[in-house]
Design a protein around this ligand. Structure first.
Ligand code: CAA
Length: 380
C-alpha cells in the first residue's frame, strides 16, 4: 500500500497552501466580522483551477482526481472555511453532478464557466420541512409538456445570492414519492425566481446563505438532469461525493486549529516554561494529532474509493462523521489551549470553533451519516 502522494498531488497541495496563506489569510477575520463574501478570492480560485478541479479539461476543468481535491480543500479550509464551502459546493455538487449526469448540451453550456469561476453554482435540496428527510420535497415541478412549472421555497442555500446556476430538486409526481422527483437547472434571473434574505449565521459567515422562492418559474425540459424521476437518486449520488468535500473541509478546520494551537503552545509561557511542556497541554496536542491523522486517512480512503470506481457512500459518510467531530473537538481544544486569547477574534481559533459546527450539520447531519453507515453495517 502506497501512502505517498504523487508529484502532481503535492504540487496542488502546495499551490492551495500558498494561495490560502497569501490571499485568504489577510482578510479572513474582517470578512467573518462583516459577513462579506470573498468575491475577489473566489475569482482567483477560479483562475487557479480550484473551482472545477475534477472537471474534464475538454470542458475547461483541471481534470484532477478526488485525492487532489481533498488536499486542496484541506489547505483552503485551514484558513478560510467560508471560501472552501463555495469551492466544495461548486466542485462536488454542481460541476460533478452536471459532468456525471448532465446532457452533452448541459455540460458544454455550463461546465466551462463554472470551472473557471466566471459563474458559481448552487445546489438546492433543503426546504423548511425537508432537511434530513430529503424525500419530503414540497417544491413542485409540474410537467407542462415542453417545460416544468416550478413552485416552492428552498432554505439554507449556499451561494444563494452569488450563484448564476441553481440545481433545484423538486417533486413532479407526488404519487411516485422519491421516484417522482426531478433535478432541474434554473438560471438566475428566471421570471418568478426570487432570492430571499441572507441568513445570519454562527459560522462560515463569509459565505452567502439564502432562502430561494420559486413562483411559477418556467423551466425548459432540456434543463432536467437525467431521466424523468431521476432527481432523488441524483441528489443522493451527488451528496455522497459532496460529503467527501465537507469531510475535507472539516479536516482542514481541524488541522488549521491544531497548527495554531501547537505554535501558540510553544511560544506562550506559564509557570516558568512554554505551555507545551505541561502535560495537560501536551496530551491535548497528542489527541488532536491522532484524530487529525485518522480523519485524514478516512478522507483519503473515501477519495481513493471514488477515484477507483468503488462505492463511496459509506466511506464518504464515515469520513464526514469522523472528520466533522474531529473539527469540533480540535477547535474547542485549540481555544482552550489559547486561554483568554482563544476567545478573541485575532487568534482565529474562535472563528474555527464556530465554523467547525456546520460540518456536523450540512450535506447531512452526523445523525444522517450514522443512518447511512448503520444501514450498511446491518444490511451489508
Ligand atoms: N446513491 C444512489 N441511490 C440512493 C442513495 C445513494 N447514495 N441513497 C439512497 N438512494 C436511493 C435508494 O436506493 C432508494 O431508491 P429505490 O427506492 O429505487 O431503492 C431511494 O434513494 C430512497 O432511499 P431511502 O429509502 O434510503 O431514503 P430515505 O428516505 O430513508 O433517506 C437518507 C435516506 C440517507 C436519510 C437521505 O434522505 C439523506 O441523505 N438525507 C440527508 C439529505 C442531505 O444531506 N441534505 C443536505 C442538503 S444539501 C447541502 O447541505 C448543501 C450545501 O448547501 C452545503
Amino acid at each position: 500500500m502506497d501512502f505517498n502522494y504523487t508529484e502532481e498531488q503535492l504540487m496542488i497541495q502546495k499551490a492551495a497552501r500558498d494561495f490560502a496563506q497569501s490571499e485568504l489569510l489577510p482578510g479572513v477575520i474582517e470578512r467573518d466580522e462583516t459577513e462579506t463574501f470573498p468575491t475577489e478570492q473566489i475569482k482567483q480560485m477560479g483562475e487557479l483551477g480550484f473551482l472545477g478541479m475534477m472537471v474534464d479539461p475538454k470542458y475547461g476543468g483541471s481534470g484532477l482526481d478526488t485525492v487532489s481535491y481533498v488536499l486542496a480543500m484541506e489547505e483552503i479550509s485551514k484558513v478560510d472555511a467560508s471560501a472552501s464551502v463555495v469551492m466544495s459546493v461548486n466542485n462536488s455538487l454542481v460541476c460533478w453532478g452536471i459532468q456525471t449526469y448532465g446532457s452533452e448540451e448541459q455540460k458544454e453550456k455550463y461546465l466551462p464557466r463554472l470551472a473557471s469561476g466566471e459563474i458559481i453554482g448552487a445546489f438546492c435540496l433543503s426546504e423548511p420541512e425537508a432537511g434530513s428527510d430529503a424525500t419530503s420535497q414540497k417544491t413542485t415541478a409540474i410537467d407542462k409538456g415542453d417545460h416544468y412549472l416550478v413552485n416552492g421555497t428552498k432554505n439554507w442555500i449556499t451561494n444563494g445570492k452569488t450563484a448564476s446556476v441553481y440545481i433545484v430538486i423538486a417533486q413532479t409526481d407526488v404519487e411516485k414519492r422519491h421516484k417522482g422527483i426531478n433535478a432541474l437547472i434554473i438560471e438566475r434571473g428566471a421570471e418568478g425566481f426570487e432570492i430571499g434574505p441572507k441568513e445570519r449565521k454562527m459560522g462560515i459567515r463569509g459565505s452567502d446563505t439564502h432562502s430561494l422562492m420559486f413562483n411559477d418559474v418556467k423551466v425548459p425540459k432540456e434543463n432536467r438532469i437525467g431521466e424523468d424521476g431521476f432527481g432523488f437518486k441524483f441528489a443522493m449520488k451527488v451528496l455522497s461525493g459532496g460529503r467527501i468535500g465537507i469531510a475535507a473541509q472539516a479536516l482542514g478546520i481541524a488541522s488549521g486549529a491544531y497548527e495554531l494551537a501547537l505554535k501558540y503552545s510553544k511560544e506562550r509561557k506559564s509557570f516558568g516554561t512554554e505551555i507545551s511542556n505541561h502535560q495537560a497541554i501536551a496530551f491535548k496536542l497528542a489527541d488532536m494529532a491522532v484524530n487529525i491523522e485518522a480523519a485524514r486517512h478516512l478522507c483519503m480512503k473515501a477519495a481513493w474509493d471514488k477515484d477507483n470506481g468503488n462505492n463511496y457512500d459509506v466511506s464518504g459518510a464515515m469520513a464526514k462523521l469522523f472528520a466533522s467531530q474531529t473539527a469540533m473537538d480540535t477547535a474547542i481544544e485549540a481555544v482552550q489551549i489559547h486561554g483568554g486569547n482563544g476567545y478573541v477574534r485575532e487568534y482565529h481559533v474562535e472563528r474555527m470553533m464556530r465554523d467547525a459546527k456546520i460540518t456536523q450539520i450540512y450535506e447531512g447531519t452526523s445523525e444522517i451519516q450514522k443512518i447511512v453507515i448503520s444501514r450498511s453495517v446491518i444490511n451489508g
